[in-house]
Design a protein around this ligand. Structure first.
Ligand code: GLU
Length: 377
C-alpha cells in the first residue's frame, strides 16, 4: 500500500514538517533528527525523486530566542517578531544539513496572496519548477512576519497542500506528532482506532477530526494545525490528484517509515487539471451564489451555472473572483470564478440567458460561472 510515495510512483514529493518535530520542549532545534530527515531526502533525490520541504517551527524557535511567553503566540506582534528571528535560524540550519548531504537548499517564503493571485501564483510555480529541475530543495514556510491575520494561512498543512498543488506534486507527506488519523480523538478515547487508508474524503472522515477549535490556537502549544487542518489539506490534495500521508515524525528517518506502512494514507481520487485544482483550493472566497435544484443537478452533470438557476447572491465580488455555489440545502457544491461582478450578477439572477443583453446592455458571457472555471466540491 505504501509505495505510492516511492520515487517510481511519485516523481515529485512535498514533505511538511510540524513545529513540534523541529523544536524540542526547551525551544531548541532538533538538529540530530533533522539530520536523519535530510539523509532520507538525499536518498530519495538520488533515486530520482524531486523533493520540496515546508518547514514550520519559525515562531517556536524564535520565541525561545527572544524569551517570549506562550511560545511567541501571545499576540500577533510577538508571533511576527518570533517568526523573523526563528526563520533565519531555521533556514541556516536547513541549508547546512542539506549541504552536508550534497544538496542545495532554496528558501521561499510564501503568503496566501502569492498563491491566490493568478499572476503571482504563475511566477511562483515557474520558480519552483526551475529550482526542482535544477536539483535544489525548496524549503518553504509562510512569510509569518508580513502576513496579517486576514491574509494568512495560519497553518502549514493547507499551505503545503496549496504549494504541492501549485507544483503539481504527486504526493504529500505531513510529518506530525500524531500517528495518523484516528476514528476518535485518541487522547480522549481508549478505543480509538487508527485509519490506515482513506479512499474517499466524505463527511464520515471529516467528522473524525473533533479538534475544530484547535485551528489557529495551537494543538501542542507550538504549532497551529490540528487534525482539522490536515483534513482540509487532504481535500485540497485530493482535488489536485496528490496522494497524502499523515505520519508520526517522532522517529529518526521518518521518510523510511512511510514505506513501512505506518501512518494514514489518503488516496487521491480526483486529479482535476492544474487550473481547476487551483480554483478548488482557493482560500479567499468573495461571494456565494445560491441556486435552485435544477441548476444543482445541471452542475453535478458537468454544466455551467446559468443566471436562470440562481436564486440569491451574497458577498462582494468582482469579475474573476472566487465564489462558492450553494444548493438549496445550504451545502457548497462547487467553487468557481465569477464571470460577472456582484452588481451585474444581481441584475440577471433568475433571468434567462437570452434576456441578459437587454438587461445589462452588453454582450453576455455564456454563463455566470463557466464549467471550465468551476470545480465541484
Ligand atoms: N508558519 C508557522 C511557523 O513557522 C507554523 C504554522 C503551523 O504551525 O502550521 O512557525
Amino acid at each position: 500500500m505504501s509505495n505510492v510515495f516511492a520515487p517510481s510512483h511519485c516523481p515529485r514529493l512535498i514533505v511538511k514538517i510540524g513545529s513540534a518535530l523541529l523544536v524540542d520542549t526547551d525551544g531548541n532545534a532538533r538538529r540530530e533528527w533533522m539530520q536523519t530527515l535530510a539523509k532520507d531526502i538525499a536518498q530519495r533525490i538520488q533515486s530520482g525523486q524531486q523533493v520540496m520541504i515546508v518547514s514550520s517551527g519559525a515562531i517556536a524557535l524564535g520565541a525561545r530566542k527572544l524569551g517570549l511567553k506562550n511560545g511567541g503566540r501571545e499576540n500577533l506582534c510577538d508571533a511576527q517578531s518570533a517568526a523573523a528571528v526563528g526563520q533565519i535560524a531555521l533556514s541556516a540550519l536547513w541549508a547546512k544539513l542539506l549541504a552536508e548531504q550534497g544538496l542545495i537548499a532554496a528558501q521561499m517564503l510564501v503568503t496566501l496572496d502569492a498563491l491566490e493571485d493568478r499572476r503571482r501564483y504563475l511566477n511562483f510555480t515557474a520558480t519552483l519548477d526551475n529550482l526542482l529541475a535544477k536539483g535544489a530543495v525548496p524549503v518553504m514556510n509562510e512569510n509569518d512576519s508580513l502576513a496579517t491575520d486576514e491574509i494568512r494561512f495560519g497553518d502549514n498543512d493547507r499551505l503545503a497542500a496549496r504549494i504541492g498543488q501549485a507544483a503539481a506534486a504527486d504526493g504529500m507527506i505531513l510529518l506530525s506528532d500524531v500517528d495518523g488519523l484516528y476514528d476518535k480523538d485518541p487522547a480522549q478515547h481508549d478505543t480509538a482506532r487508527i485509519i490506515r487508508e482513506v479512499r474517499k474524503m466524505d463527511e464520515a472522515i471529516l467528522a473524525m477530526a473533533d479538534d475544530k477549535s484547535r485551528i489557529g490556537t495551537g494543538a501542542s502549544g507550538v504549532g497551529t494545525g490540528g487534525m482539522s487542518s490536515k483534513l482540509l489539506a487532504a481535500k485540497i490534495a485530493d482535488m489536485a490528484g496528490m496522494n497524502m500521508a499523515i505520519i508520526s515524525g517522532l522517529h529518526d528517518h521518518p521518510l523510511r517509515r512511510v514505506q513501512e506502512g505506518h501512518g494514514t494514507i489518503f488516496h487521491a481520487q480526483r486529479g482535476e487539471s492544474r487550473h481547476k485544482g487551483w480554483i478548488g483550493g482557493l482560500q479567499k472566497i468573495q461571494g456565494q451564489l445560491h441556486i435552485d435544484d435544477g441548476a444543482a443537478k445541471a452542475i453535478a452533470e458537468g454544466s455551467s451555472l446559468l443566471s436562470a438557476g440562481i436564486v440569491r447572491i451574497e458577498g462582494q465580488f468582482a469579475r474573476g473572483d472566487a465564489v462558492d455555489i450553494i444548493d438549496m440545502h445550504g451545502t457548497a457544491i462547487a467553487r468557481g470564478l465569477a464571470e460577472y461582478d456582484v452588481l451585474d450578477s444581481a441584475r440577471i439572477i433568475g433571468r434567462h440567458s437570452s434576456e441578459i443583453e437587454a438587461i445589462l446592455g452588453y454582450s453576455p458571457r455564456s454563463a455566470v460561472v463557466h464549467r471550465d472555471r468551476m470545480v465541484t466540491l
